[in-house]
Design a protein around this ligand. Sequence first.
Ligand code: E4P
Length: 261
Amino acid sequence: TTVVADTGDIEAIRRFQPTDATTNPSLILQAAQQEARRRRLAEIARHATDIDDALDAVAVEIGSEISALVPGFVSTEVSARLSFDTEASLARARSLIARYDRHGVGPERILIKLAATWEGIQAAKVLEREGIHTNLTLMFNFDQARACADAGVTLVSPFVGRILDWHKAQDPEADFGGDRDPGVQSVKRIYEHFKGHGYETIVMGASFRNSGEIKALAGCDRLTISPALLGELAETQGTLERRLSPLGAETRPPEPQDEPE
Ligand code: E4P
């Protein structure tokens, strides 16, 4: 399992040294409030033409800084306001890539994050053909994941926590621990289907609420984890890479060797 930090917080990236990082507009806004960057980012936003332009400028500024610290992908999201508009999503995605290019960050380092709506998936299909990698998010079920894989997207982010939140609200007394967590079940089903059918699309579990969910999905291609949960796992588990084992693989003792005749 490749560990991904779900944050725009540069100090957290330095501390946890993930392979990739994922951001979304609220994580970017949080990161932009940090004392060390606030003034510089406010100045950048001041030159923007509108609110979306300001958010993109700040997201790319922070994303470029992150890209110098991680070896893998940085995910930058197209505003969720555009989730039902394929053409507007395409324009925004291309402009994010052009902005990254002006910062010297090539498209091979960026995942454009789009909502896994029908319109978002159509936009991703076009972008992938243009050589722009995509990460399809806001994914709550198997059918969304299948449609994304069929469209040839680079990565899907099936959610765990927001599914659990919904089930908990329906049934506050139920025990959703371990494998009974409906979000964990959803990601496992997607992962096992993709691996069973030879899909190349990377599966990255997202939206975690507790470290139990992360351990239950150990072995998934990638998991994107908040700094708070990365801190908890580092304290209680040692390094994640050492602990995570292939999804579904049983840990059996080695077979006894036959005695030589
Ligand atoms: C990552 O792709 C998502 O933006 C993030 O994991 C969502 O997490 P949340 O459900 O805690 O907002």
